[in-house]
Design a protein around this ligand. Structure first.
Ligand code: NDP
Length: 283
């Protein structure tokens, strides 16, 4: 079997075309969705992610603003900045680019953002609403993954979904969204014994580990849908996922590439959340 490749870049483009139309209709009603991004320090990977987000916002007609703060910024200074943005009626979405310098407590920052402007979907209120299946801002990467599966009518209900990774931003929420879609979900992590015994059982396998090419065909059940979340930069500067694409594509039924896989979908779901925030504000 050779897997069908789910190209996140192409899917993103078609979704962004629809969003561009939606934004232009909102503008006719006098509403321009506005996203404010805060970057602390000058981490090159963060800068590159932010450039992608700004470009996509611009192309969709969403107005975006970048606030760059030095890495010496204190937690209190960052909190004050967030409180100002919470009170600013022109700002619909606030995104603080992670990771933060170690002297700033990430969770304090996430919890300071008004849940109605939390377009990353990381605030505990929004995470809680997601867990109980209520309308909310879904975290972007997990939402992008579900959208990729649905775009190919890959059935989720009753399927065994195995997630490798349990971070708050990817692993845990993607498992929850798959559970909400009636999958039977298993989480694996660094303390999991005999990882392969779990992954071989997966109809849907999500790799969110951060270890280049760690998941080869030995870990994969014949015909599985394999979603590769990993973004790993190799010594030669190229990007690769957590999944050994060449071996796994001969065994899976669907596979996502890196790059042009989950990455662009994450940005697309950020745009979706920003439009949703703008609509919510004006309703
Ligand atoms: P984290 O480092 O926060 O989490 C990694 C997870 O993998 C942890 O739960 C860890 O377990 C688990 N893990 C590590 N080693 C093993 C192992 N040998 N076997 C099984 N599990 C293991 O990473 P993130 O969730 O933030 O990101 C994961 C990857 O996805 C990264 O490459 C990141 O760059 C990428 N990413 C991509 C995005 C996109 O848009 N495509 C968005 C966000 C992230 P434990 O909890 O026990 O430590």
């Amino acid at each position: 079997m050779t897997a069908e490749v789910i190209n996140g870049k192409e899917l993103s483009q078609s979704l962004r075309n629809e969003m561009t139309e939606e934004v232009s209709q909102l503008k006719e009603q006098g509403i321009t969705p506005h996203l404010t991004v805060i970057l602390i320090g000058d981490d090159p990977a963060s800068k590159s992610y932010i450039r992608g987000k700004e470009k996509a916002s611009y192309e969709t007609g969403i107005s975006s603003e970048l606030i760059e703060l030095p890495s010496s910024t204190t937690e209190q200074e960052l909190l004050s900045q967030i409180y100002d943005l919470n009170d600013d009626n022109n700002v619909h979405g606030i995104l603080v680019q992670l990771p933060l310098p170690s002297h700033i407590h990430e969770q304090h920052i996430i919890e300071a953002i008004d849940p109605k402007k939390d377009v990353d979907g990381f605030h505990p209120v929004n995470i809680g609403r997601m867990m109980i299946g209520k309308d909310t801002f879904l975290p972007c990467t997990p939402h992008g993954i579900i959208t990729m599966l649905k775009s190919r009518q890959i059935s989720i209900e009753g399927k065994n979904a195995v997630i490798i990774g349990r971070s708050n931003i990817v692993g845990k929420p993607v498992g929850q969204l798959l559970l909400n879609e009636n999958a039977t979900v298993t989480y694996c992590h660094s303390k999991t014994k005999n990882l392969v015994d779990h992954t071989k059982n997966a109809d849907i396998l999500v790799a969110a580990v951060g270890r280049p090419n760690a998941i080869d065909d030995e870990f994969v059940k014949e015909g599985a849908a394999v979603i590769d979340v990993g973004i790993n930069r190799l010594d030669d500067g190229s990007l690769t996922g957590d999944v050994d694409f060449d071996s796994v594509k001969e065994k899976a039924s669907y596979i996502t590439p890196v790059p042009r896989g989950v990455g662009p979908m994450t940005i697309t779901m950020l745009l979706k959340n920003t439009i949703k925030a703008a609509r919510g504000f004006h309703q």
